[in-house]
Design a protein around this ligand. Structure first.
Ligand SMILES: Cc1ncc(COP(=O)(O)O)c(C=O)c1O
Length: 423
């Protein structure tokens, strides 16, 4: 299953099926913008956005970066001003120049009016849900959703009277049937972060919208560089900024970007929960984002090399990487996404789980860990069916999930080769 016609450049659009032209981002809608700094941005290409968005050196004595404002209390000139609340900043939890700077970068990347910053990727998923649902509602959740998002749905949401229905994102007929029964929210994730199936996001979002549901998508895998959900009809785009956006495996952070009523409800819910982010983490995410494009280009280059090598090995069963021609979901990925990131899974032909486990334990450059999106390579063996209810992964196909880091791919391949000798 080799890659077809993929040039060896490490360009952002390293997969030749996608054009080499830079990504043109939409101009955020000025009239409704809630994060001031992004309100009047001219259209500019993504690399320029990453370097310039969220910065205003003239406002900060020429310093390139916005200040890291540590704040709870904000002073007002008089008592009347505390009542009218026309002052831009009122209290730490309501926003600071630091949070505004990061929110404006995310707005421009996602084509959003506002971006809520929250304490983890999981909090971004749970707050998005909480913002759109009330007792008695039904929510449709993709069956390949990140496991803790499922736990929140089964636990908190169910306890508060929301009916949760898991659906197979590839079974459109079943999805339509569930929508007809009523849905206030639809939660999507593509590709699934264990088995990497792609789904038809524009179709699923359009059907949900027609049914009156708010759609939300965990967009962590693609980053806004490779997929922008709001352009495809999704209402809320969610990121675990813990992964690629911050990029250094040293913090937890979440973002929710959107427009109109959907994001206004998120904003209210963030305040109602008292959700807050520390200024140093906000700054670290912003620092990570400045180098997002070269990191993603290198991830795509390295991952392509490793996936290509694996797919040519006789011991390998499937390489579940949507950018690979012939891989499940490749056609949808090619139609909708502008690149592929560093997380994929691989199965091995006719090997027992114990054999594969031994192989993974023999890796020396890959840490054994469940996260991804940082600079370092990782491998893990998720138990897929423990997190499924509407679909089933074949029991005899244990999979290894691999996150490719910024190491030299030749060294990673050599490490996989020596470990696979244990098979
Ligand atoms: C797809 C996906 N979404 C959300 C999250 C949650 O991110 P965090 O660890 O910041 O809570 C993760 C974490 O692994 C994830 O894989």
């Amino acid at each position: 299953m080799p890659f077809e016609n993929i040039p060896n450049s490490s360009g952002l659009h390293g997969c030749s099926e996608h054009s080499q032209t830079p990504i043109n981002l939409p101009t955020p809608r000025r009239e409704n913008s809630m994060d001031d700094a992004s309100a009047a941005r001219p259209k500019r290409r993504v690399a320029t956005t990453l370097a310039h968005a969220g910065r205003d050196p003239t406002a900060y004595h020429g310093f390139i970066n916005p200040p890291v404002v540590h704040a709870s209390t904000v002073l007002f000139p008089d008592v009347q001003a505390t009542r009218t609340r026309t002052q831009k900043y009122t209290y730490g939890i309501n926003g600071t120049p630091t949070t505004d700077a990061l929110a404006s970068i995310m707005n421009e990347l996602e084509g959003a009016e506002h971006t809520a910053l929250v304490s983890s990727g999981l909090a971004a998923c749970t707050i998005a849900f909480a913002s759109a649902l009330k007792a008695g509602d039904r929510a449709l959740v993709t069956d390949n959703v990140y496991m803790p998002t499922r736990r929140f749905s089964n636990g908190f949401l169910s306890r508060f009277g929301v009916e949760i229905v898991y659906f197979d994102p590839l079974d459109h007929a079943a999805y339509e049937t569930e929508l007809e029964k009523g849905a206030a929210a639809v939660f999507l994730e593509a590709p699934g972060s264990l088995t990497f199936e792609m789904c038809d996001i524009p179709y699923l979002a359009a059907r949900a919208k027609a049914a009156g549901a708010v759609t939300m998508m965990d967009n962590t895998w693609a980053t806004p560089l490779f997929f922008r959900p709001l352009e495809h009809g999704v209402d809320l785009s969610i990121h675990a900024a813990t992964k690629y956006l911050s990029g250094h495996s040293d913090l937890l952070f979440g973002t929710i970007s959107g427009r109109g009523e959907a994001i206004a409800n998120v904003r209210n819910t963030v305040q109602e929960f008292g959700e807050n982010v520390g200024p140093d983490d906000v700054y670290s995410v912003m620092r990570g984002i400045r180098t997002l494009q070269p990191r993603m280009a290198q991830f795509q280059h390295n991952t392509r090399k490793v996936a290509e090598w694996l797919s040519a090995d006789a011991r390998v069963g499937k390489v579940l990487y949507p950018a690979l021609p012939g891989a499940p979901g490749h056609a949808l990925w090619k139609r909708d996404f502008e690149g592929a990131t560093s997380l994929f899974a691989v199965t091995f032909k006719g090997r027992t789980e114990a054999e594969i486990m031994k192989m993974v334990d023999s890796l020396t450059l890959f840490g054994i860990g469940a996260s991804w999106g940082g600079f370092e390579s990782l491998a893990t063996m998720p138990v897929v069916n423990a997190t499924r209810s509407a679909t089933r992964w074949p029991d005899d196909e244990p999979l290894v999930r691999i996150n490719i880091g910024l190491e030299d791919p030749a060294d990673l391949i050599a490490d996989l080769d020596q470990a696979m000798a244990h098979l």
